[in-house]
Design a protein around this ligand. Structure first.
Ligand code: FAD
Length: 495
């Protein structure tokens, strides 16, 4: 008889692991507390506007292709993955807008026009970033670092001096050596927000992020990001995975260092041979397990950085905004102060750098005819209470700032639909630790081999998958996490 696996949480990591294990011969049940599968990568329709609730950048396309190829599926064809041209547009407080094409030659020419020498510097920065990225793909991403000797490859040893300097130097210090113009520095530094960290804290190895947008390009599935989740679920159903929504797990039952199953909020129980938690790791450890079964008790988390929270605005606008591309960023002059507010001082910022997507640029069906679909993300500190009044005021400030930046002073009057999702919603909806939007941040002490490994240290058949565990935050990273935990389980508990 095949072994039974319970996966707590139907985020991308949980869904992806379920498919891999079901294919390997296990009987897999996914239990998700909410009504919708996908977790942070959800979908909502509000007043005729359709939104991807969280992720909007499809990066690292080869990771998606690799995952689905294991099931004989061609994700690029099935989801209609297209390169966005241009990749994105950046608006500044004190600089003319800059459009990034995702074509290194073209983008280098543009950098060169703004700062002599910056074209060659960008090319070098991106090529070096790509070298790190390829090295990471080969040796550091698809591993749980449990066998460090396997990393002692000639190529890694040869590059170890450079790797150590990339690990110990903050990204901002490295960027400064390549370009001097503040706007260009900001363009090379903003991707740190995707990793829940700051360019003044993140190790320079994350310069690999610029290889993703400048060299590889930014992609988008024809029907939006939620189609990735739909494909994972369809595939799971074909394989025999059993998905259960509105099924919140209340406890992981542990006896003598082994789990026998779970207890649900409604009192029901379910036995299993293997438990995998895709739920927030702080919540899993400090709420689902009794103190003796915790590998990471509260004292562990007190020393860790929860990354960023966010205020999300789902906006519907009457009329057209052709000055916007699909992805848009707005950077304020007080760049460092804004990061300091979020990461160090934990202040609600007065003014903030912003991200805004306009999916109607690529898919007009995401809004009623004659309207635009906007999604705004305002990065915020974690663990800070924000009253409804404060949140409304922040939303209004950010909308006004963005309206000025894009030359649309009456933007607020054109808004016909608006909903917010703030730090408290992250906490309530996903049990997110300190209301984090992304999970544990990617500073050095929480990256690579220092990130939480995919297995409990106290419970022999309890595993973890998702953004808080290795390798980290982001949809492709969670697909990798699914492969890493599956490999570990297959090694330890072959069905
Ligand atoms: C605003 C935003 C923008 C982002 N942008 C991007 C982007 O552009 N590109 C990108 O690649 N990534 C992006 N990300 C990151 C990416 O979305 C996440 O890293 C990824 O979706 C996390 O997946 P996960 O597998 O860790 O699980 P999650 O999505 O965190 O799902 C975990 C699930 O567990 C469930 N759960 C919790 N407790 C229980 C319980 N007790 N019982 C049952 N179920 C439970 C939760 O309800 C949730 O559904 C973004 C994230 C956010 C929030």
């Amino acid at each position: 008889m095949s072994k039974t696996v319970i996966i707590i949480g139907g985020g991308i990591g949980g869904l992806a692991t379920a498919n891999l294990l079901q294919k390997a011969g296990y009987t897999v049940h996914v239990y998700e507390k909410n009504a919708q599968l996908g977790g942070r990568a959800g979908s909502r329709t509000i007043n005729g506007f359709r939104y991807d609730t969280g992720p909007s950048w499809y990066l690292m396309p080869e990771v998606f292709s690799r995952y689905f190829a294991q099931f004989g599926r061609h994700v690029n064809d099935e989801l209609g993955i297209n390169k966005l041209t241009p990749a994105y547009k950046v608006f500044f407080e004190s600089h003319d807008p800059i459009t990034i094409h995702g074509n290194l030659k073209k983008d280098a020419q543009q950098f060169e026009l703004l700062e002599p020498g910056a074209g060659e510097a960008l090319t070098r920065y991106v090529e070096e970033g790509d070298e790190i990225y390829q090295l990471a793909l080969r040796y550091f991403l698809y591993t749980d670092f449990s066998q460090l000797h396997t990393l002692l490859k000639k190529e890694v040893i040869f590059k170890s001096t450079k790797l150590i300097s990339l690990l110990t130097q903050p990204l901002h210090t490295r960027v400064q050596k390549f370009v001097k113009t503040k706007a260009l520095q900001q363009i090379l530094e903003y991707p740190m927000v995707f990793l829940g960290t700051s360019p003044f804290k993140a190790p320079s190895m994350y310069s690999l992020m610029s290889a993703l947008d400048f060299r590889e390009g930014v992609y988008y599935p024809k029907k939006g990001m939620y189609s990735i989740i739909e494909l994972l679920v369809t595939l799971g159903k074909e394989l025999g995975v059993q998905h259960h929504t509105k099924s919140a797990v209340k406890q992981i039952t542990v006896k003598n260092g082994k789990s026998s199953g779970v207890v649900f909020e409604n009192g029901d129980t379910m036995a299993a041979d293997i438990i995998i938690s895709n739920a927030d790791l702080h919540f899993t450890e400090t709420s689902l397990l009794t103190p003796t079964a915790r590998s990471y008790p509260e004292a562990f988390w007190e020393k860790k950085e929860a990354g960023i929270s966010a205020l999300l605005l789902y906006i519907g606008v009457k009329g057209k905004l052709p000055q916007l591309e699909h992805h848009n960023l707005y950077f304020i002059d007080n760049w460092k102060e804004n990061f300091n507010d979020i990461y160090a001082k934990k202040n609600i910022p007065n003014e903030a750098s912003l991200y805004v997507s306009r999916t109607t640029a690529t898919d007009p069906t995401t809004a009623p005819k004659g309207h635009e679909n906007l999604f705004m993300l305002v990065p915020l500190p974690t663990g800070v209470a924000l009253s409804k009044k404060q949140q409304d005021a922040l939303a209004a400030r950010c909308l006004d700032t963005f309206a000025t930046a894009i030359g649309e002073p009456n933007l607020r009057d054109k808004i016909v639909s608006q909903e917010q999702f703030g730090p408290a919603d992250f906490k309530d909806t996903f049990h997110a630790w300190k209301g984090t939007a992304l999970g544990m941040s990617h500073e050095l002490s929480q990256s690579a081999l220092w990130r939480i490994p995919p297995k409990s240290k106290k419970v022999s058949n309890l595993y973890y998958v998702g953004a808080n565990t290795m390798p980290g935050i982001g949809l492709p990273m969670c697909l990798i996490s699914a492969e890493v935990v599956t490999k570990k389980i297959l090694k330890e508990h072959r069905s």
